[in-house]
Ligand binder design. Structure first.
Ligand code: UD1
Ligand code: CA
Length: 490
């Protein structure tokens, strides 16, 4: 591959700011949208351009931010900004991580501008390289430009400088073309002019944006290239913009899956994280959150009112009104409504899990039914078993968790308590209300409840004058008359 010197590219990502307007303990660039921190989105886009180096500048909560950055993109270089504040200073320290004579282009990205796509940046780079300018600014024309730096052009349209909102005159503030906080600079020109940037402005910071006017003063040209999608230039400074960025990203993700063949009934109430994957002919019903690395196989229906975090949903499964985390749901399984699948749940093919059921760290075999009011924790259930309503694994004895093993084709009676550790052999059955403390051999019926004893007339004797006693007395005398008549018939 032939590579000319001028095609060399380094990317600088600015992530050192405090993000005061977020009013958060968490550094701004670590706030997530689509299940990934803001700076993670920026890094992903940066890496897609295959630059020879990515430098991320950190300062506020540096260890937290640096950790998240190296997790997301192990190959990047992290540099520390010193006490001099401002985006200009941030880029200045970043340049120290490049060779002093680096001859290529430096693409500067803001860690809080998460929605720009690699295509947009690639075309910005092409525009820059095709023209003989020292810098190209990505701009956007917004209806409401409040808070952004404005691109000020001369009468002939050439870019003369960028002015920050806080330093703008009324006339400058009325300009609607904004600086997206993304630029390409020729490295030598950038280096030479950054050292000239001062701090005489409303915020007392070294503004990167001041480089534009300084380049012009050196008779170097600067271009501004409008982003094709102005909304993607959104910068996140506060929680209102964070929610807006999350919404825009989600709309993009939902649309992408729709075009891949997924039916999404209500995009506005469907939230899909960027790492989730959905197969064709999946149906997503309203108010459903598909989060983390969740995967959903062909033909499955999820929702309404369902939240899946890092789950695997099998082909043709139905998962409605479910909260699930780190669960594996097999092909053709039916779960819900009102079901909680906790980490370690693995449901085999064709399993049915019904209402008010909670499962944790449990494997359930093919075709087994877990229909109503059941808790299964730390258990292994065979295939084609049927657990009666109210079956509970008592897996915790105040000290340790214990396992319950349930064989194939086991049927438990309603309200069976399985006191772990305990094992039910294949084909075993338990009576209603059984408390199972000892293993049940294969094929045995386990009963732990004493035989029923009826104390005749107890209510009339012990609760005289109550409604129950009155109706019982009536029923008993009617029964007696009936018995007498039958006696006569004989
Ligand atoms: C900046 C631009 C503004 C542009 C807007 C686009 C400047 C002076 N202004 O304003 O023209 O319209 O972005 O979104 O550049 N950062 C550092 N070190 C610092 C300060 C900031 O690394 O000392 C980082 C922040 O973490 C952030 C980015 O730089 O990721 C932008 O900083 P921010 O304070 O949000 O700048 P804006 O006021 O939005
Ligand atoms: Ca910003």
């Amino acid at each position: 591959m032939t590579e000319t010197l001028s095609s060399r590219l380094a990317v600088v990502v600015l992530a050192a700011g405090q993000g005061t307007r977020m009013k958060s303990r968490l550094p701004k660039v670590l706030h997530p949208i689509g299940g990934r921190p803001l700076v993670g989105h920026v890094l992903e886009t940066a890496l897609a351009l295959e630059p020879e180096r990515v430098v991320v500048v950190v300062r506020h909560e540096r260890d937290l931010v640096a950790g998240a950055v190296t997790d997301a993109a192990p190959g990047v270089v992290v540099v520390d900004q010193d006490d001099v504040p401002g985006t200009g200073r941030a880029v200045e320290v970043a340049l120290d991580a490049l060779d002093a004579d680096f001859p290529g282009d430096v693409l500067v990205l803001s860690g809080d501008v998460p929605l720009l796509e690699a295509d947009t940046l690639a075309s910005l780079l092409r525009t820059h390289r095709d023209s003989a300018v020292a810098a190209t600014v990505l701009s956007a024309t917004l209806d409401d430009a409040t808070g952004y730096g404005r691109v000020i052009r001369d009468a002939d349209g050439t870019v003369s400088r960028i002015v920050e909102q806080k330093d703008a005159t009324e006339a400058e503030a009325s300009v609607t073309e904004i600086n997206a906080g993304v630029y390409v600079f020729r490295a030598p020109a950038l280096r030479a002019h950054l050292s000239l940037v001062g701090t005489a402005n409303a915020q007392g910071e070294k503004y990167l944006t001041d480089v534009v006017a300084l380049l012009r003063a050196s008779r170097l040209a600067v271009a501004a290239s409008p982003a094709p999608d102005a909304a993607a230039a959104l910068g996140v400074n506060d929680r209102v913009q964070l929610a807006e960025a999350a919404r825009l990203l989600n709309a993009r993700t939902v649309r992408r899956w729709q075009l891949e063949g997924v039916s999404i009934q209500d995009p506005a109430t469907t939230w899909i994280d960027v790492r989730a994957t959905l197969a064709p002919d999946v149906t997503v019903l309203p108010n459903t959150h598909i989060l983390g690395a969740t995967t959903i196989a062909e033909g499955a229906t999820v929702g309404p009112d369902t939240s899946l975090i890092d789950c695997e949903i099998g082909a043709g499964a139905t998962v409605r009104r479910v909260e699930a985390n780190l669960a594996v749901v097999g092909d053709g399984v039916s779960v819900g409504p009102y079901t909680h699948l906790r980490p370690g749940t693995v449901l085999g093919e064709g399993v049915k899990v019904g209402s008010f059921v909670e499962t944790k760290n449990v494997r359930v075999g093919t075709g087994t039914k877990v229909p109503h009011f059941i808790y299964l924790g730390d258990a292994e259930v065979g295939s084609h078993a049927n657990l009666g309503a109210g079956t509970i694994t008592a897996n915790y004895d105040d000290v340790d968790k214990h396992r319950t093993l349930i064989g194939d084709e086991v049927h438990t009676g309603s309200h069976t308590v399985l006191v772990a550790p305990v094992r039910l052999g294949d084909g075993a059955k338990t009576g209603a209300g059984a408390v199972i403390r000892k293993d049940v051999p294969a094929g045995a019926l386990a009963l732990s409840v004493a035989p029923q004893r009826n104390v005749e007339g107890w209510v009339e004797k012990n609760r005289p004058g109550t409604g129950a006693a009155d109706v019982a007395a009536k029923a008993r005398s009617a029964q007696k008359a009936d018995d007498g008549a039958q006696e006569e018939d004989r």
